[in-house]
Structures are given as structure tokens and as C-alpha cells.
Design a binder for this molecule. Structure first.
Ligand code: HEM
Length: 534
């Protein structure tokens, strides 16, 4: 007799192990049939062959064979926790969102932190953006604030997202590098995409190698709208501030930690929560009106720009505490489906072209990843408020309408009806203009905020940025890519560009990049031309 995981195993006459239930229920198949022997398949004689009649064996292997689902196309590696959000004050003068109507209101949340580029099994401390996705289970539907730990993004238009992600991910012929940006395809794309320069400064900074999830800020990135009961709208940017402050590791530490403990960030969150050390963030809002938007130096719809907190101090509106790990990683952290389009009444979108594209992409991708339009039936995705609709059927339907009525209006006086007073209404804007594919002039300045960020860093932090750029670009085999990047850096900060160039062995500086020119057309001196062409 032996004990394994509270089960008693006994050895049979032939030496085989048998598992018998002790204090647990009897083992059954998925059909509920009690199982007599889960250790030995049904065979002819003692040594086989095996019999196809063995339905328990076939069901067990069948289910195992189908355990994997596609990993997320981005943000595949992540780790989540349950918690709650506590509203500080009534914001009904700004929004009718139910979550912001009562001081002290408690709303359950689930948060998933992630890296972007690496696969599900990659290491935690890659130099990368961190996802910071929060699902609020409000009394008027789920609100997903699907943010990052960096306040800006690489691109201005969603149509560029597949190119950007293809360039970040492993190169298609060699399938490496797996979880880092240091490769030709990535830097080629970046050097040809001047709008990414602000984001690149953040990615090369210490922000991209956080000490743990608990020491990170979070940002909704885009401008959203709050809408009150009279359809008056206020623009808003959402920010999360960690109670523990910000901390990062050094690159040398990151490299060692990844080797020694690829689960460093997971372990940190797990240990903190299991030991009662609950991490906490404050939700803040930068609020502004159309006059502010018109007078601000940049376009508030451009997701490669932020609004400095010195110019627009954020208003603290609540706090979030993470206090419970999931019971099951797959059921909760893996199957949670965040979607930017999940907004309750009182929260609305701006016309940011990246946000508009995301609002299509997330719903689309969940069908592929979770395999059924009924993914909202999974407990982690289902609203925790009452819900009623006439959607039916499809794979794995669990909430089909009851009875005769599955449409409306109907003559039976039954079933849910829309309610113009309570329902989500889009803020009534009046967009005008020709139908065209054009990037607005107000999106054109790609360097000023990159410079502002670089110059806001302390000398040590600036050195880290220079070291990161040098390390990353030194991995690029094609000299032209390095030169193009140095041309951009010259527009950001000449001294930084010169230091990076020197470390890379580029001794004749290129002309500063002209964001208005296609980057392929970079004019080069004869000496650089020889270097660039190898
Ligand atoms: C995940 C698309 C930009 C934050 C994803 C996923 C897709 C996607 C398809 C996988 C979702 C899943 O399988 O569950 C896009 C597109 C973008 C974009 C098309 C731009 C056009 C952004 C931006 C942010 C962001 C700007 C941050 C503000 C996230 C996060 C996740 C994610 C945090 C992981 C969610 C989770 O933990 O499950 N994105 N994304 N994405 N995206 Fe984006």
C-alpha cells in the first residue's frame, strides 16, 4: 500500500498499482461512470494488444490530446489575480458609470499582467512592455481596461499592428530570437517607423525590466470619454499608480534572473498574495475638455503621445487591491478574454485610430483562441451582474433562452427589452470629412516627446538607455539599420546619438532623420554609404 496525494494505492496480484478513493469521491469518467481501474488499459491477456473497446482509456487520452488552446497572438505569457476595486468618491458630475456613483463601492476585479513578445513558455524578465489588463465586474456589465505599463504605443494606426507584431516576434525563417527585441527585423521595422521613437525611449529605459508586477504603473494609453446622464462628455486618460512605487532591475540582473528563475515575476506575485502582502494600485484620471485638447501641443487622439502629469494633474478616483490567486491557472488566467470594447454605460471611446482598431481585434481573436462565440459563458468572463439576451446556440451553449421566446419585440410580453435610459449610448459626436486614408498633420511630430522623456531621466537612467540601445543595436547584423536608428536618435538628443554611435563603431554621423521622408531615403555620406552597405 502507498499514499499519493491523499489517495491509497494498492498493489494488485500482477504487481500493478490500483488507486482507490479514500476520503474523496469515486473517480468517474466525464460521463459520470465510476471507474474500476485507472492504472491499466484493457488488454488481451497481460501483455496486450490493447482493446479499442476501452472507453475510459479512449476518453482519457482524447481529452488529454485536446488540452492545448492557441496561445494569445500577443501577450501570451501572463499571470493574473483576483481582487477588488474601491471607489473613492461619487463622480456622477462626470460619468453615469455605475462603478463611480458611490463612495466606498466595492467592485470585484481580475487582473492579468503579461509580456508582449514572448511565447507562453518564455521567461518573465524580457526587455518588453508589460500588459496591465483589468476586468471590472461592475453592476452594469464588465469594463475591461486593457492597458500597459508604458503610457504610449509603437504605432498610430491599427492597420500597422500586424506588421509591428510580425517584426517583434521571432524571425519567420529561423524562429529566433524568442523573447527579446534585439534582432534585425524588429530594429528594421522600428527604424522605418519614426512614430515609434517615443515608445522606443521607454522600451530602452528601466521601465521595460520591472522588478516585479507589484512595482509597475499602468496606463490605458488612449484617450477615452466619460459621459454623464445628460450626455455631456469629458475626455479621460486612465493611470494606475502602484502603492509600493516604481522599481526596476538592471539589465545584468535581468539576464541572470531569467537563467536562474524564468518565473521570477509569477513567483513574486504568488508569494506576495499567498503571504497576505496584497499589492495595491490607485486609479487616477487625467480629465480634460475639448478646449484643452485644442490647445495642447499634441493630438490627444495620437497614442504615441502622453499628456504630462505636470500639465494635467491626475485625479485619484479609487484603489485596487489584489488579494486572491486563481484556483486554477487555465480556467481563469488563461481563459480570461479581455476586450477594449467592454465598456459600461458612462464610459465611451475617442476616435483614436489605434483604439478603434483594437475594438475590432479583441472580439475577433477570442473566437479563435477560445473556440466558441459562447466564451462569455465561462465563469471568468461572465458578468457578475444580471444579464439577459436572446443569443443562443453555438458550440458549448450554456445560457440559451428559456421557453418559447428567443426574439423581440414579441407578443408574449416576455423576455428582456432594451432601455434607452439605462443602456449604453455612444456619445453623440458629429464627425465630418471626406472618406480617405490620411495621417493627420497633428500626428506628425515624432521626436519632441521622445526627447522630453529622455531628458526627464536621471543621468544613471540615461546611461541605461544608451547601454540598452547599444546592446540591442549591436545585435543587428545589417549596418544600415544601426545607421538609420542613429539618424533618429540625433533628432531626439544629439549627445545620446553620438554616444551610441561611438559604442557601435560608427565614426561618421549620418544626417538627422527627417520624419517626413521615407526612412529608406536617408542621405548618407560616402564613408557611411560604404559602411551601410557592408
Ligand atoms: C492582448 C490586439 C494594442 C494591451 C492582445 C491580443 C490581441 C491584441 C489580438 C490577444 C488577446 C487574447 O488573445 O486574449 C491588439 C491590437 C492593437 C493592440 C490590434 C493595436 C491596434 C494594444 C495596446 C495596448 C494593448 C495599445 C495597451 C494599451 C494588450 C494587453 C493584452 C493584449 C494588456 C493582454 C490581455 C490579457 O492579459 O489577456 N492585443 N492590441 N494592446 N493587448 Fe493588445
Amino acid at each position: 500500500e502507498a499514499r499519493v496525494h491523499d489517495q491509497t494505492l494498492t498493489r494488485g496480484a500482477g504487481g500493478e498499482w490500483h488507486q482507490t478513493a479514500t476520503d474523496q469521491d469515486v473517480l468517474t469518467t466525464a460521463q459520470g461512470t465510476p471507474v474500476a481501474d485507472d492504472q491499466n488499459s484493457l488488454k488481451v491477456g497481460a501483455r496486450g494488444p490493447a482493446l479499442i473497446e476501452d472507453f475510459h482509456f479512449r476518453e482519457k487520452l482524447f481529452h488529454f490530446d485536446h488540452e492545448r488552446i492557441p496561445e494569445r497572438v500577443v501577450h501570451a505569457r501572463g499571470y493574473g489575480a483576483h481582487g477588488y476595486f474601491e471607489t473613492y468618491q461619487n463622480l456622477s458630475h462626470l460619468t453615469r458609470a455605475d462603478i463611480f456613483q458611490r463612495s466606498g463601492e466595492i467592485t470585484p476585479v481580475f487582473v492579468r499582467f503579461s509580456t508582449v513578445a514572448g511565447s507562453k513558455g518564455s521567461f518573465d524578465l524580457a526587455r518588453d512592455v508589460r500588459g496591465f489588463a483589468v476586468k471590472f465586474y461592475t453592476r452594469e456589465g464588465n469594463w475591461d481596461l486593457v492597458g500597459n505599463n508604458i503610457p504610449v504605443f509603437f504605432i498610430q494606426d491599427a492597420i500597422k499592428f500586424p506588421d509591428m507584431v510580425h517584426a517583434v516576434k521571432p524571425e519567420p525563417d529561423r524562429a529566433f530570437p524568442q523573447a527579446q527585441s534585439a534582432h534585425d527585423n524588429f530594429w528594421d521595422f522600428i527604424s522605418l517607423t519614426p512614430e515609434s521613437m517615443h515608445m522606443i525611449m521607454w522600451i530602452m529605459s528601466d521601465r521595460a525590466i520591472p522588478r516585479s508586477f507589484r512595482f509597475m504603473e499602468g496606463f490605458g494609453v488612449h484617450t477615452f470619454r466619460l459621459v454623464d446622464a445628460e450626455d455631456r462628455s469629458t475626455f479621460v486618460k486612465f493611470l494606475w499608480k502602484p502603492k509600493l512605487g516604481l522599481q526596476s532591475v538592471l539589465w545584468n540582473e535581468a539576464v541572470k534572473i531569467n537563467g536562474a528563475d524564468p518565473d521570477f515575476h509569477r513567483r513574486d506575485l504568488w508569494s506576495a498574495i499567498q503571504s497576505g502582502n496584497f499589492p495595491e494600485w490607485e486609479l487616477q484620471m487625467q480629465l480634460f475638455d475639448q478646449d484643452f485638447a485644442d490647445s495642447f501641443d499634441f493630438d490627444v487622439l495620437d497614442p504615441t503621445k502622453l499628456i504630462p502629469e505636470e500639465i494635467l494633474p491626475p485625479l485619484p478616483v479609487g484603489r485596487m487591491v489584489l488579494d486572491r490567486m486563481p484556483d486554477n491557472f487555465f480556467a481563469e488566467t488563461e481563459q480570461i478574454a479581455f476586450m477594449t470594447q467592454n465598456v459600461p454605460p458612462g464610459i465611451d471611446f475617442s476616435d483614436d485610430p489605434l483604439l478603434q482598431g483594437r475594438n475590432f481585434s479583441y472580439l475577433d481573436t477570442q473566437l479563435k483562441r477560445l473556440g466558441s462565440p459562447n466564451f462569455t459563458h465561462l465563469p471568468i468572463n461572465a458578468p457578475k451582474c444580471p444579464f439577459a439576451h436572446f443569443q443562443q446556440d453555438g458550440h458549448m451553449a450554456m445560457h440559451n433562452p428559456r421557453g418559447r421566446v428567443n426574439y423581440q419585440p414579441n407578443s408574449w410580453g416576455r423576455g428582456p427589452r432594451e432601455d434607452p435610459r439605462r443602456g449604453h449610448r455612444s456619445h453623440a459626436t458629429e464627425p465630418t470629412g471626406p472618406k480617405q486614408r490620411l495621417r493627420p498633420e497633428s500626428f506628425a511630430d515624432h521626436y519632441s516627446q521622445a526627447r522630453q522623456f529622455y531628458r526627464s531621466q536621471t543621468p544613471i537612467e540615461q546611461r541605461h538607455i544608451i547601454d540598452a540601445l547599444t546592446f540591442e543595436l549591436s545585435k543587428c547584423e545589417m549596418p544600415m539599420i544601426r545607421i538609420r536608428m542613429v539618424a533618429h536618435l540625433m533628432q531626439i538628443d544629439r549627445a545620446m546619438a553620438e554616444m551610441v554611435a561611438e559604442k557601435l563603431g560608427i565614426d561618421s554621423m549620418p544626417h538627422p532623420a527627417d520624419a517626413a521622408l521615407p526612412a529608406q531615403d536617408l542621405p548618407l555620406s560616402p564613408a557611411l554609404s560604404i559602411l551601410a552597405n557592408g
